[in-house]
Design a protein. Sequence first.
Length: 526
Amino acid sequence: MDTARAAEASAARGGLEGWTIALGIGVLALLALKCAWVCDDAYITFRVVDNLVEGWGPRWNTAERVQAYTNPLWMLSMVPLYAVTREPFYTSIALGLLTTCAAAALLAMKGARDLAGALLALSVLIASKAFVDFSTSGLENPLLHLALIGACVAHTASWAPRTRSLALGACVSAVALTRIDGLVLLAPLVALHAFQVRGLASWARLALGLAPFVAWELFSLIYYGFLLPNTAYAKLSTGIPQSELSRQGLAYLADSLAHDPVSLPAIFAALAVAFWRRERALLALASGALLHLVYVVHVGGDFMSGRFLTAPLVAAAFVLAHASLDLRLAAPLALAALCAAGLHGESPLRAPIDYAQGRKAPEFIGASGICDERGYWFTVAGLFSDNRTTEGKLHVSKGHPFAQSLRANGTKVSKIEGIGYFGYWAGPEVHLVDPMGLSDAFLARLPIYVDGAFVEPAKNAANGHDGWRIGHYYRSIPSGYIESLSDPSREIEDPRLRELRRELDLVVRGPLWSLERWRAIAAHQF
């Protein structure tokens, strides 16, 4: 009888815990839905998705094999859904919400050792402006979070070593295919795992799990001609001194503290917990999160406030969930995170549904060029914005008037700035020239154009730098380049640039297997 009663009590406790976790995930989902939006950069990927579904291949401009996106797995995840819906706005929001809920469920049910850890981790995610903002946005963050948590669960699970190795390798592949710099965060964990299993069979399973990433890199080299996305060449080879980039990276962290009082403190709290607990897995994750912060500072951060901090935050949430903290410590930490968010007007818990509150888009750009991207685009891209579907204005769910006019007029080539919404609505028939080089292999390899007159005055005033803004590196388009795109008889005037253009055209336009193309690939790989 006593055994039966104990079993019933245990089942009741398990049911109560399950419902409590479900309630926490539900709160997170509602907050993410309240803050749902889709940013301009997401539409760079959506133009590729549209071209792929329409039979043009995974290209941004249909005439060129250029990888203008950084998130292959997210792009491919959108393809089957887009093939059915034929619209990216609601589709990407739904996919982001579902993926976020799956990540939170995996964290709370498989990553946490007890209910206190699960609720602490969920409280941190609920209170984080960065995490909630980028649970939608159309960007790859939700899938990156799910893959990261999957890797953590695979390493800490009580499975057979070979099974854990295969699962870890597959999740690492998913991370790399979602955003390749996520490997920085997971490097210590993978190294620890390889050291602990110490067997050829387990190492072979780990390598097998990594096979999808290796296969993609092989495809990328053959099809695009490069191992890295084109955006890496456009953003990482600018010639800006490292000291300036690092200073901008520190400004990125400071901006996060000013607008999101939870994310960075939670990361450092997890670092302290990991070093206090001294468990190898937690130390590896904490080290990875710290490495990721160093990487963020090194590259200068990002122009989207908080976007690059959600991955180390998820690692921190796993550390807090898995550390078996006493309720007397876990409860105050969770309460502190929720209170910090509740006292801050921009947090998901406090911010109104009308997030812009009448503010104009440029007002959301700070002194260092870092932007509250959800605020910047809310009016035209917020799910609950009253102005999103206003006729005659740019709005993401119905179209871009000027882009649609290009289609109607039969324009073949056009130079634009801001290639996301515009690029998607312009359609595949219009070849678009991006002065930042994100979608253009030739322009990505030209020196950046540092001249205040070239940048819009409002943006330049908010830069805090001499004519450049992080993530926005303009190139001076060579004379004759745009004309040559619509008239092959025209050529670039500068002989040196003309030769560079010829070689890169071999890579992105020439026959895949020609020897001359592969010579050009080898010459311009790095």
